[in-house]
Design a binder for this molecule. Structure first.
Ligand code: FAD
Length: 568
């Protein structure tokens, strides 16, 4: 095993937002963006002064970690792998939901973590957990801190010292079973690092959540993550075949096997446990040989309903198996077009002219190219022949559903830009706008109803608050029985005092509609505290009691990330 990085070398977010300190969203090269923000959200980007926070302006309460506990932790992980400074405590006290970012930027610190430890291996993880139990501290496991469910934030009422355990130093691919296509990997590895290590040997996991750059294997397993390529590679519960988790009584090990019948599944209990059962130190994941050819093709439908018909037909087809399928509704298509950069090359200018001509032609055929037209992306992987064959079959399916094929150009742009959008959320908050997301799983039978009713609920909630807003949606993560609906919505708040109330009015309306229509509280954004209000309606009273029993029995002292998933 190579040398461990030091705690300070482990990647982390900027203290008040997403990702790197020196990267932010720009709109000066996107001519349609400012008009869209003005017309839809009522924000004049050119007249408002963006406000970026400064650490010097916030008052960070002192750590409550007793000196004896501090010394014992430093003894285990080493002085240099224990962080107590303001910036590290702030970064680790919040995930990256909009309420999290708002609270951290405005100094609304209900309860911060008191220290962050960075263990080097499973023995150190176990030693820290033993100390936590002996001294009745609270321990919060931490991966990339990208959750939007409140899952890494201490309970505001917590009186005991709170220690966050960042396992980012444990980031190696340990071994690969070439025959089985299984890789044993340390759980603190970030997405890009994992793919880099595997790609060098010709393998891929194929798990690419939108938060890929700032989320970890352990975090994915602990939150039941789903990546954009789940149509082919599966959700994380399909990908992770075995795990090691440090538990209060020892190490829980689930065997890396393709299937199991050993009674109620311990493996499934650990998945989605959000740090409440222990610390996942390793996962054995399915790996695949990198496909020789990969292509993303864009299609356009006259509206959402035609698009869903196409998506459903692709999911049902016995002849095609794309890597991902995605459909943006009319408003999201409009938003995507507003994110297109001004062309600077001759090739770009020609492409823009071709697009204008195409849209004029579609309008002449009766399409509403401003509000209804819905863009779709389908990704194909395999040999050249197989990709060509699948593309031609999907082209026919799309045509039968009333759509047209745009080609590889827009598909390639989508593929390159897919991890850039998180920076937009911080940018919007500089202008007093929350831009957040809610997702759910819906069946093909009710997907259109969920889509329509969520829009109604969101706009009604905003109207009640006297606010204007903008919502858009895409469908992704296709399954035999249905798909994920992913809504993005803006809440331009009127004042700091009213911000969270206005945000939660909109978000709650959306979440309530999900469960009212029999959909899930979330498709892949975990429960944490943010989605707890709807968990009983989602899993039922008996289900909730079963989960509470599991957590209480395994962690009777409530030392492990208490308050997440179900309360207490
Ligand atoms: C812009 C944006 C886009 C997103 N897109 C997606 C997406 O496409 N798909 C998706 O699935 N999610 C997405 N998310 C949500 C988030 O990225 C996922 O929940 C992710 O799996 C969290 O991983 P993490 O490593 O950042 O975990 P963290 O945020 O650090 O932790 C999340 C939870 O897991 C627990 N945990 C973390 N590591 C461990 C461990 N080793 N052992 C035990 N418990 C642990 C924590 O205690 C906490 O309860 C997105 C979030 C943002 C902000």
């Amino acid at each position: 095993m190579s040398d461990r990085p030091s705690a300070r070398e482990v990647k982390r977010h900027k203290w008040w937002g997403w990702g790197l300190d020196d990267v932010s969203f720009r709109y000066d090269n996107k001519p349609a963006f400012a008009p869209l923000a003005r017309n839809k959200v009522g924000v004049d980007l050119d007249s408002k002064q963006p406000v970026e926070p400064d650490l010097a302006d916030v008052e960070v309460p002192a750590s409550r970690l007793p000196a004896a506990a501090r010394a014992a932790l430093a003894e285990i992980v080493g002085e240099e792998n224990l962080a107590e400074d303001d910036e590290y405590r702030l970064v680790h006290s919040f995930g990256r939901s909009l309420p999290d970012l708002f609270r951290v930027r405005t100094g609304r610190f209900e309860r911060l973590v008191d220290a962050v430890v960075y263990p080097a291996n499973e023995d150190e993880v176990a030693a820290v957990l033993r100390l936590v139990l002996e001294q009745d501290l609270v321990l919060i496991p931490y991966g990339g801190g990208s959750c939007i469910s409140g899952s890494v934030t201490p309970d505001p009422a917590e009186q005991r010292p709170v220690v966050t355990m960042n396992i980012g130093r444990m980031r190696e691919v340990l071994e690969i079973d070439d025959t089985a296509g299984l890789a044993r990997v340390e759980a603190g590895v970030y997405g890009p690092d994992l793919e880099e290590q595997l790609n060098a040997l010709g393998w891929t996991v194929g798990h690419f959540p939108d938060s890929f750059t700032y989320s970890t294997l352990g975090g994915w397993a602990a939150t039941r993550s789903s990546g954009m390529q789940s149509d082919k590679y599966g959700d994380i519960e399909d990908i992770v075949r075995g795990m090691r988790m440090v538990h209060p009584d020892g190490v829980a090990v689930t065997k890396p096997i393709p299937g199991r019948d050993s009674g109620p599944s311990v493996h499934e209990m650990i998945l989605g446990s959000e740090g409440r059962l222990g610390i996942i130190t390793e996962a054995t994941v399915q790996v695949h040989r990198i496909a020789p050819v990969r292509q993303v093709i864009a299609y356009m439908y006259p509206d959402w309903e035609h698009g869903i018909r196409g998506m459903h037909a692709i999911a049902r087809s016995t002849d095609v198996s794309p890597t991902f399928t995605r459909l943006s509704d009319g408003p999201e298509t409009e938003f995507s077009l507003a994110m297109v950069k001004e062309p600077t090359s001759t090739k770009g200018r020609v492409a823009a002219k071709v697009q204008d001509g195409l849209f004029a032609y579609l309008r002449s055929k009766g399409w509403d190219t401003t509000n209804e037209m819905s863009i779709s992306y389908v990704c194909f992987e395999g040999s050249k022949e197989s990709v060509e064959q699948q593309k031609s079959l999907v082209k026919k399916i799309v045509k039968n559903a009333g759509g047209i094929t745009l080609g590889a150009g827009p598909g390639a742009i989508y593929d390159q830009k897919k991890f850039d959008t998180p920076y937009l959320r911080d940018f919007l908050m500089n202008y007093q706008v929350f831009g957040d997301v809610c997702d759910t799983g819906a069946t093909w039978s009710n997907i259109n109803e969920v889509h329509a009713r969520v829009y109604d609920a969101y706009y009604a909630a905003l109207e009640e608050q006297g606010l204007s807003g903008f919502m858009f949606c895409h469908m992704s993560h296709s399954y035999h029985a249905g798909a994920c609906l992913y809504f993005t919505f803006a809440v331009p708040y009127t004042s700091e005092e009213k911000a969270l109330e206005q945000y939660y009015a909109a978000k709650s309306a959306v979440q309530q509609t999900f469960v009212d229509l029999g959909s899930t509280v979330s498709h892949h954004h975990a429960v944490g505290t943010e989605h707890q209000a709807w968990i009983t309606e989602d899993i039922g009273e008996v289900g909730e009691r079963m989960v509470k029993g599991l957590l209480a029995d395994n962690d009777p002292g409530r030392n492990l990330n208490p308050g997440k998933v179900v309360a207490p």
